[in-house]
Write a protein that binds this ligand. Structure first.
Ligand SMILES: [Mn+2]
Length: 421
């Protein structure tokens, strides 16, 4: 992805006014506030920091790994990287008449007898120009509708990106806030933002079978304290994984709750060789979509992993099947990276129900135009069954809600300069 391209839109650049905001909020008032932001009003920095602190209290009480009991009438909506594009949130919640895309509605809304439950899978900020409105929205919804909104932390919710006050490496959230409030010092809001970002849980499990995490899982390299592989994520994608059952067992998810330092002290998820052997780093930064990740699913009793982080232009589904005599235990059966391929893989498994039962899957979902492709959210409807059987965990059966194409967003010209955009 080109850091020299701006992902700030004409919408982001429209002049904003400060809204009147009553802190006695209700679900109804929050919907009105989101409408006001759509109409180019933004909260004051004091109201913004208040919302961050109130939401932080809630997130801090959650474990690192949140086990979500899905209700039979829940409609789970999994949203990938937003990267500061508030227009995507408008498309999800309210709709955008010019696109003809029907909105999914707000968290907690009942649509066709199903209750909307959202999970935002990290990277709320940076790159785009309206992370401020996204963070404010997430906080207000968390305060008023806790059972209908979940958030995972992404690698941008770190000192390296979203909390950074150092210029360089693309458009950063702290500078977005500074542009909105040039007279206010970073110190006024950086602490509230940092505490919020560090309070987000690391991963969620839905109905026991679907594991949702921003980056991926710690690789064998991470767990064996071996020297890190190439720092390039693209190099990692094609690198052969180290066979887990010969060298190190996959990370047991039960250990995540007791990991030290606690997540509240992990400001710095730097993407450098120095931090690559930290378990924290794997969950937020890993781009591994190879059999080692399937081994993690198998070891921990999950069927499907939902990741974001990779800016895929389509909702990639990677399918793994057990392979005899392979050290990894699993091999990649297919990667559905286009609609034609998706349909072919779907057909194959419909014709091979025995393989369907034993396969494992990874889905990549990205919901911001910074992927320079199509934007999607995953939609999975619950059913009336026992816990563990309420969601169909096979991603070939899920609905992928198209939110548009990157070509529909009017990006402004990149600023020339030594740091690029
Ligand atoms: Mn990311």
């Amino acid at each position: 992805m080109g850091l020299n391209q701006s992902f700030i839109t004409e919408w982001d650049k429209m002049p904003k006014t400060i809204m009147e905001f009553d802190r006695n909020i209700t679900k109804e008032s929050v919907m009105q506030t989101i409408q006001q932001m759509r109409n180019h009003q933004i909260p004051s920095i004091d109201d913004f920091c208040w919302a961050c602190r109130e939401a932080t209290k809630f997130f801090r009480a959650l474990p690192n790994h949140v086990d979500v009991t899905v209700q039979p009438n829940d409609r789970m909506i999994l949203v990938g990287d937003m990267h500061g594009c508030f227009e995507t949130l408008i498309r999800l919640f309210i709709g955008e008449p010019k696109t003809q895309i029907a909105p999914l509605g707000f968290p907690g809304d009942i649509v066709d007898d199903f209750r909307n439950v959202y999970l935002f899978n990290g990277d709320l900020v940076d790159r785009g120009g309206s992370g401020y409105q996204i963070v404010f929205t997430i906080c207000l919804l968390t305060i008023t509708c806790q059972e209908c909104i979940y958030v995972n932390r992404g690698n941008h919710e770190s000192e390296m990106f979203g909390m950074s006050t150092q210029p360089g490496l693309g458009h950063k959230f702290m500078f977005e806030v500074q542009e909105k409030f040039p007279q206010v010092d970073f110190l006024k809001y950086k602490q509230a933002v940092s505490e919020l970002f560090c309070s987000f849980p690391i991963c969620h499990t839905l109905d026991k079978n679907i594991f949702v995490v921003h980056g991926g899982v710690p690789m064998a390299n991470d767990l064996s304290s071996m020297p890190a592989p190439s720092p390039s994520p693209f190099a990692q994608k094609v690198q052969q994984p180290i066979s887990y059952n010969q060298m190190v067992t996959p990370y047991p998810i039960s250990q995540l709750q007791n990991l030290n330092p606690p997540r509240f002290q992990t400001l710095d998820f730097e993407d450098s060789p120095r931090t690559k052997n930290l378990v924290w780093h794997g969950f937020l930064w890993s781009y591994d979509r190879l059999p080692y990740a399937a081994a993690f699913l198998d070891y921990n009793g999950y069927k499907t992993m939902v990741c974001s982080h990779t800016a895929t232009p389509y909702h990639f589904v990677t399918t793994f099947l057990p392979v005899e005599n392979q050290p990894e235990g699993f091999g990649i059966q297919s990667v559905a990276n286009s609609q034609d391929k998706f349909d072919a893989v779907y057909q194959f498994f419909e014709q091979h129900p025995n393989l369907q039962k034993i396969k494992l899957s990874i889905v990549e979902v990205f919901s911001s135009p910074t992927n320079q492709g199509q934007l999607y959210a995953c939609v999975i409807k619950g059913k009336n069954a026992a816990v563990g059987q309420r969601l169909d965990y096979d991603p070939l059966h899920w609905e992928y809600k198209m939110l548009g194409s990157h070509t529909e967003f009017n990006f402004v010209q990149a600023q020339p300069g030594p740091n690029g955009m």
